[in-house]
Structures are given as C-alpha cells and as structure tokens.
Design a protein around this ligand. Sequence first.
Ligand code: GL4
Length: 844
Amino acid sequence: TGKEKWPKGEEEVWKAGMRGVDKDVSDITKSFVNHAQTSLARQAYNLDDFGAYEAAALAARDDLLVNWNETQLNYTRKNPKRAYYLSLEFLMGRTLDNALLNLGLKGEFEEGVKKLGFNMEDLLEKERDAALGNGGLGRLAACYLDSSASQEIPVWGYGLRYQYGIFQQLISPEGNQLEAPDPWLEHQNPWELPRLDVTYEVRFYGHAERSSDGSGRANWSGGQEVMAVAYDVMIPGYNTKTTNNLRLWQSKPKRGFDLNSFNAGNYEAAVESSNSAAAITSVLYPNDHTSTDLANEATVGKELRLKQQYFWTAASLADILRRFKNTGKPITDFPDYAAIQLNDTHPTLAIPELMRILIDEEELSWNQAWQIVTNTFFYTNHTVLPEALEKWAVPLVEHVLPRHLQIIYDINMYFLQAVEKKFPGDRDRLARMSLIEEGYPKQVRMAHLACIGSRKVNGVAELHSELVRTTILKDFVEFEGVSKFGNVTNGVTPRRWLDQCNHELSDLITKTLKIEKKVWLKDLAKLEGLLAFTEDKNFREQWAAIKQRNKERLARHVQTTLGLTVRTDAMFDVQIKRLHEYKRQTLNILGVIHRYLTLKSMTPAERSKCNRKVVFFAGKAAPAYYIAKLTIRLIVNVARVINADADTKDFLQLYFLPDYSVSLAEVLIPASDISQHISTAGTEASGTSNMKFCLNGGLLLGTVDGANIEIAEEVGENNVFFFGHLTPAVEDLRYQHAYHPVPIEQKCPALAKVLNEVSAGMFGDGGVYEPLLNTIRQGDYYLLTDDFDSYIAALAMVDDAYLDRDEWIKKSIRTTAKMGKFSSDRAILEYAESYWNLEQTPVS
Ligand code: GL4
C-alpha cells in the first residue's frame, strides 16, 4: 500500500539493513563462521561436513530471506492477481545447490568454503532430500515452483509438512523391497521458516444443521478442532530477486491436552486427542496411481487420508481468503485476484469448502457463491488409469465432513437439473455424470466434482488431454463445450535438470552457443543453436567425453554406495520410475533375460561383436503392491545371476539401485545413453523423466505414449526409438485377450521361452514368480505379449545405431538441441496466460 509504518527509529537504518548487500567471498566466510558459532554453537575443531553444510545453508538462507521479504512486500504493494498451486506432494530434493545457483553465488560459496577448509561437493552431498512426494506429480510441482519464481509470476504453493516423506527403500538379500521411515526432519531444516503465529482452526465431524429460513445456509458445529500451523519454504527464482513461497501446514492439537482426564489421573486419555491431531500431517501416503480403493480399505487408513485432504484445503483457503480480505476488496472480486490450481483431484474438497465459506459465513446466495467458485478453480488431471480416479465413500464423507456432503449433494442436484435440461430423458447420461456413483457404499466421484467446479480443465500432454476429452470426461465435454478442456504439456526446470546435474555439459553449451548461461537457461529454445555444431568433430568429441565422465561419476557412486564395480566402456541403458505394471518394468527385465539367453547361445567370437551394455533400474513400489514388488525381486535375482556369469558379464551387466530419489536421478540421468519409457500406449499421461534424459543428450526408447510423442515431434522420429501398438489398438487387443486368447507359445515364442526359463528356476525358485508371470499368461492387461517382439526389434535398432558412434553422438546433440519446448518455464507461462490470467510482477 505504500503506507507501511516504520517502528520508531531511523528509517534509513532499517532500509539499508533490509536491502541486502552484494556478497563477496569474505562476506560469505564471515557469515558461515558466524552461523557455525552462534546458530549451531560449534567451533572449528568440531565442525564436520554435515555441520559445515548447515552453516553454508544458513548463510545462503539469509540471502534468500532478504529477497523473499522484498518479493512479498512487492506483491502486497502491487496487489496483482495471484495463483495458488495446491498439491499434496512437493518433491523438492536438495536445496542448497539450487539456492546458490539461483542466487548467483555458487562460485563465491565454493571459494568461501574452500578457504575454510571444506569442499563444496562434499557439503552438498550431506543434505538430505526433501522427499514429500511419490514421483512425477510431486516433482512436477517442484519444477513449477522453480519456474514461477524464475519467471517472476506471483504463485504460492500450498502443501503439507509431513513428518515422514516417502519411505526409504531397502532391498533384502532375497531381493525383496523393505520399507523404512524417512524422518527427514530429524535435523533442523534450514530451508523453512516456522510461522507459529499463522494458524487456523480446522473442524472435523460434528453436525451440520440446515437453517429453516430457506437461505440454504447451515450451522456446522461440534466434533474435533485441530490447528493448522504454517511453515514457509523459500522458493528462489533463477537470476531474479523474486523469491516465492511454499506454505506447508502442520497439524497440532487445539489445546495441549485434556486437563480433566489429566487431573483424574488418566494420562493416556489426556493426550489421546492431541495425538490424533498430530497424526494428520505425520506421513505422506506412498501410493502412486492408486486411490488404494478408498471405498473398501480398512476405514481408519482412508479416514486419515480424507482428513489430510480437508485439513490442507481448509487451512489453505482460509489463508488465501484472509490475504484477499486484507486488500479491502468485495468478496465478489475474489476470482480477479486469486486463481487456485488443483493438482489432481486431491484438493477437490476446496470446492465445497469455498461454497461453505461463501454461503454460511459470507452469506452469499448459492448462485453468487457458485459463480465465484467456478471462476476461481482450475483442475489438472494427471492420469486416466481407472484405479487412480479418486472416489470417497459417502458414509465416510458424511461422518468426517457432514456439511460438505450436504453441499456436494446440492451441487449435484443443480448440476443434474442442468444436464437433464440439455439432454431431456437421458437417464444413462445422468447416472454416468452424477457426482455420486451408485453402489454399496455410494461414492463421491472427485474428478467430476473437480471438473464442474473449475473454470478450466487440462491434461498434461497432447495425447493425454485428448484421452481426457474422449474418455473419462467425454460427457462433460458434450455438456460444457470443448473449449473448457485444454492441454498444458508438462515441463522440467533446466536449472536443476541440466545446469545443476550436468554442469560440464551446461558449460560446453554456453561456450559453444556464445550466449550467456543466464540467458539460455531462461530461454531454452536457444539450445537449437547447437544444431549448427553437429558436424563439428571437435565439438562432438567434447560432447561424448562429458557423457563418458558422467558415466564414470555414476560408476563411482555405485562403487561407494553399493560396493559394486560398473564398467563404463558400455552403453548405459536406464529405466527409473515408480514400479507399476502399466510402466512395464517387467517388459524391460524380460528383454534383459532375452538378451542374456541370446548372448549365452553365441560363440565367443560372435559375442565379441556385440555391444557392451549396462542396464540400470531404480524405483519404489507401493508397499502393498505385490506384483510390483515381485518385479523388483525378479530384477535383483536376474542381476545376481547374469553379473556372475563369466561368459556374458563383459557384455551385459544389470543393476537395481535401491532407494531411488531426486538426488539419485541427478546422477543417473546425465550418464544415460538410452532411457526407457515403455508404458502401454495411452497409460502414461506425460512422463517427465523422458524430458530430463533427452535434455542431457540421452536418447529415448519408448512407446507412442504421453510426452514421448511430442519429444519425437521436436527431435524428429529418426532420433528416437519407437515400438509397440498404438493407443487406438489397445482396447481391441484387450478384448481379444479376454475372448479369443492365443497361447503365448504361438503368439510370441521368444517371450514364451523367457517365461519358461524364469519358471524353471534360472534365477532362483521359479515358483516365487508365478503370480507375476501369470499376469502375462492370463489376461495380459498391459499387452506385453503384443509388444514384446517389436520391443526386441527396437532394442536391436538401438544396438545398431550405437555401433555407429559418430552418428549416435549427432543424434544425442540433436536431441538436446530440440528440447526447448520442455522447459517448465514454457509450461508455467502457458498456465499464467491461458488459464490464470496472471502477469509477471518483477520486484522493482
Ligand atoms: C502422473 C503421471 O503418471 C505422469 O505421466 C505425469 O508426468 C505426472 C505429472 O503430470 O503425473 N500422474 C500421477 S497420478 N502420478 C504421476 O506421476
């Protein structure tokens, strides 16, 4: 507002102090030592690498805070429209390196810590990943925050401050996945700022009494009240002062404990309710692509998840509304100042919650309220897999959120009336579109609610968005018109996924393009300039040498963490992602076995003409996903056998790297020659690691699915390796499996042979794998028997292409050169312009 009041004292002193100063190395060493001594209470003699990391982090954080404060003040003064990104997952990974890069202080810090006797690389390794997400969806949210800040767009993230992130994955000697908790907050977290004064009360249970005055209002009272406390995480933009905010909520009891029980000597009862409040934000649900059958799972588990969702949306909305109300604008202007992006259906309860606030508290009419709601929300769908579409049992919603269920029913009533009016007498259509699915129990269809409560809906790649329009939301397109249903193809931040993880390549690009790094890293289309250098032999050699050093870095990592020796004079073939049947890691491992059998059948002379290849897998399976865990077990045991086979081990090695994480991805991706993105056509909404590999000059082996298609459009089909059936064929093939099954021996003898070897015990007790093999023998929902032959043929094409080293390197350069489209800057600007209607708001 420009009318801020200064405390009594000298305004100039305040201003000078708050502006921050340009840092040089001596400021950094001073700040580092000061933090070591005061914030950490350590002396030089007892400062280990971890302590030094903490001191460096605190020094960097001081700079972030100066920028953060200025950014927030700038927003308050200019009061631009803002967007709020509601996501249950933010998979941030490590922060220090990114913070220094974005602040432009990497070199200075490196020098500073060196002066103090430390090595920056070692310190960076000490940071623990912030792993508050499962996979692609959560990492996308993190990339979008980076891009929003970098592009100076006023976006805040809202999420939960889980005490435990995604579980740590251990692999037993038998090859079983074991889970251990991830207590990432064990040490103090320098990247967050507790805002113990920013709190909201959130209610659960109780009763909702509709008023009898015909206003449609209700009074919701009783039940449990829990406090939400804010923790702010600074999100620095690259090469800008703009530092946005990610606000994470933690639950805590409203009152410390029940004094009555305490005084009566019943100590357990006294703390019970406080424990149940704390439980809400205690752990991230480790399920990716499953709503874990929320209607049938044991009630307690699913109730906690519902409470998480409501707790988070209610606190976030209250906070957003409070900020808006501080501006003094009338509530009807709300959609002109706030756009709320729903990251998948997880935050859909925000729709009835905003209705509740507007009707019961702001006393607006239903129509006024619905008008505001449907101009505020935007919904991104991230999957069309039926098992991942969230549904909540009506009795559970009624129990936990009685007022919201009333509102959902009212929304549904008005909605179905409108549908009936447009399509009179079409009962089937009403049943298909209803927010409530009939059955025992009835269930609320969250995707339908998110769709009708939003201004726009989008998918995350062209094909996926088309599938959203023509399958799961087809009726809604017919009812509301197609213009509401768009596409924003995903993107990844080139800061983390090129400059940070592959610094040498980034430097080579800068040197070659003769464009400043800070320019091309924010305008990634500039990479196209590399095309002019594909014929430059010297450039190609440098390009290839960097890939080689990245392989050696990965090999060192495997050596130090697992004690295994990886050969680096081989093609590196990588598949890293959550374990899921639709992603078909099984196809990959069966292909590896096929290669192994082929090598075994060769004479040494024949073998010596083959490519050497090292295959890497990494990824976590949901703890209750039995088939996915069995796939891991198979991979581990195949690795055990083939890595020990003297006949073949020079030509084929296989590794399953445990505990996949953002940090591990940062080492794996730059080292890859070829990566696999081999989902059954139509099942992978987009994929984002495909973009990261290609950005780092790795070629892509994949199906015609998700963003693979758009990558191929950019880099040209002769630079990617495609195989497999296309989306339109999938339904027919499944029908044939069900009604006209053909024995595998007949349909795909090569695959039958592989399955038989597994069954027969080539990799240990064959019986163990029968349930996994049976998913292929019977039903084969993900079409392995249909795609196996063309998969093997594609692998052979990869081998052939790799033998021509020069041509391969050219393909690699061309691939990186054409990745401009896949910057998350492009994606976030599309959201800002075509969805949220936001403007860039630089700190002036
Ligand atoms: C996912 C998709 O499976 C993945 O293809 C996509 O890239 C990602 C981000 O849009 O979202 N959907 C779910 S659910 N988890 C994902 O990773």
